[in-house]
Design a binder for this molecule. Structure first.
Ligand SMILES: Cc1cc2nc3c(=O)[nH]c(=O)nc-3n(C[C@H](O)[C@H](O)[C@H](O)COP(=O)(O)O)c2cc1C
Length: 365
């Protein structure tokens, strides 16, 4: 029964897709941070559904800050964030009370909550709850920016189409910060959107891979065993519904490399230790080494599809056939990008606070 993540900076989420609201409580963020509401709004927009490549459920996603902010700055006490659900059509889900969706959380939730779960729109398991994470993550990103820590993600692959990899990290991250469909090569983006629309036409869905880079992190964050940077980030990233794989640096490609190619040679540059390559994604021994943090997330195709599927009727225990109707994303990956970045920012704030204390954004570290 745990909906909280983090130790020094912790986030708790609550709400259901078709309840009155979703929200988060963010605790442990430093006092005195300027709360840039325009920035929060921009980050919320990057998760919002738009056009034919997303669900037709459009929400205003207005973030109400109920506590922890005074005179436009954080107070250091818990920040309660509330986002009302304004576009709810629960009738679409009547059939799903009985027929559990393959690939979704319906059956697992039924087992855990003995049928008492709010099944409407996926209830507490809905991607809708991630709106609250994005709001909390935006505040954390404002804190990270105080120490010139920036992050960005792009869709590396979607519907069988590849984007180019990161090249100039500063420029790529700056461009991604304002991108609504985050790709580094716009012609690849065009093809990806075509693949998503084609899947939608077939009543199907597609998956993808997100690649994230973080620059400006100090060396020395993380712990050597259970609270490694990979461990904490994976914990947070696997909390995002639909994320099914996480890898750091060269990840699974390490399997085909020799040590001589996989190792990142050290050298001095401008008075600091750097590595010539970055196959380890900025982490050695679970601890940041001062190089850019690099990781990937595999995002599965949206489970709710209108293609006919086999399932079970939970009311009579008989086999049944299901075609999911209602409003669903034909791909999750482009919207999940904002959520992946949000949980990354929350985790990094937690790691910074663990090493440097609550006031880390203000202090020299
Ligand atoms: C931003 C976002 C939007 C999502 N939209 C949908 C959707 O429209 N329909 C759906 O079936 N799943 C959607 N999902 C995925 C489900 O939330 C997820 O598959 C479900 O919670 C089960 O978790 P699992 O896939 O990690 O096992 C979305 C996820 C995210 C992060």
């Amino acid at each position: 029964m745990k909906n909280t993540f983090g130790s020094s900076v912790a986030v708790t989420v609550f709400g259901e897709s078709h309840g009155s609201a979703v929200g988060a409580v963010l605790d442990g963020l430093a006092p005195g941070l300027f709360v840039d509401e325009d920035y929060i709004r921009r980050k919320m927009q990057q998760r919002q559904a738009r056009g034919g490549i997303s669900t037709s459920r459009k929400e205003a996603d207005e973030v109400k800050i109920l506590s922890g902010v005074f005179n436009g700055r954080t107070t250091g006490t818990p920040i309660a964030l509330l986002i009302e659900n304004t576009n709810v059509k629960s009738g679409d889900y009547d059939e799903l009370r009985r027929l559990v969706r393959p690939g979704h959380a319906d059956y697992a939730a039924y087992c855990k909550y003995h049928g008492h779960q709010d099944y409407r729109g996926g209830g507490h398991f809905s991607g809708r709850v991630t709106a609250a994470l994005v709001a909390a993550g935006a505040l954390c990103r404002l804190a990270l920016r105080q120490r010139a820590i920036e992050l960005g993600s792009h869709i590396l692959r979607c519907g069988g189409v590849d984007d180019r990899g990161f090249a100039d990290l500063d420029a790529d991250i700056a461009a991604l910060d304002t991108a609504m469909f985050p790709v580094l090569d716009e012609s690849a983006g065009e093809k990806m959107r075509g693949a998503i629309l084609a899947a939608r036409e077939r009543g199907d869905s597609v998956g993808g891979v997100l690649e994230t880079a973080v620059i400006g992190l100090p060396a020395g964050l993380g712990e050597p065993w259970f609270d490694t940077v990979e461990g904490l980030l994976s914990h947070a990233l696997f909390s995002v519904g639909g994320v099914k794989g996480v890898s750091f640096g060269a990840g699974f490609d390490f399997a085909d490399m020799c040590g001589s190619a996989a190792n990142d040679p050290f050298r001095m540059e401008g008075g600091r230790v750097v590595t010539s390559s970055n196959h380890n994604g900025g982490i050695n021994g679970g601890i940041t080494n001062g190089m850019p943090l690099l990781f990937r997330c595999a995002v599965k195709p949206t489970p709710s599809i209108s293609v006919e599927q086999q399932t079970v009727d939970m009311e009579n225990g008989e086999n049944a056939v299901l075609r999911v109707h209602g409003r669903h994303d034909p791909a999750i990956v482009h919207r999940a990008r904002a959520v992946v970045e949000a949980v990354t920012a929350i985790t990094l704030c937690d790691l910074m606070a663990q090493r440097y204390g609550t006031d880390w954004p203000q202090e020299e570290v």
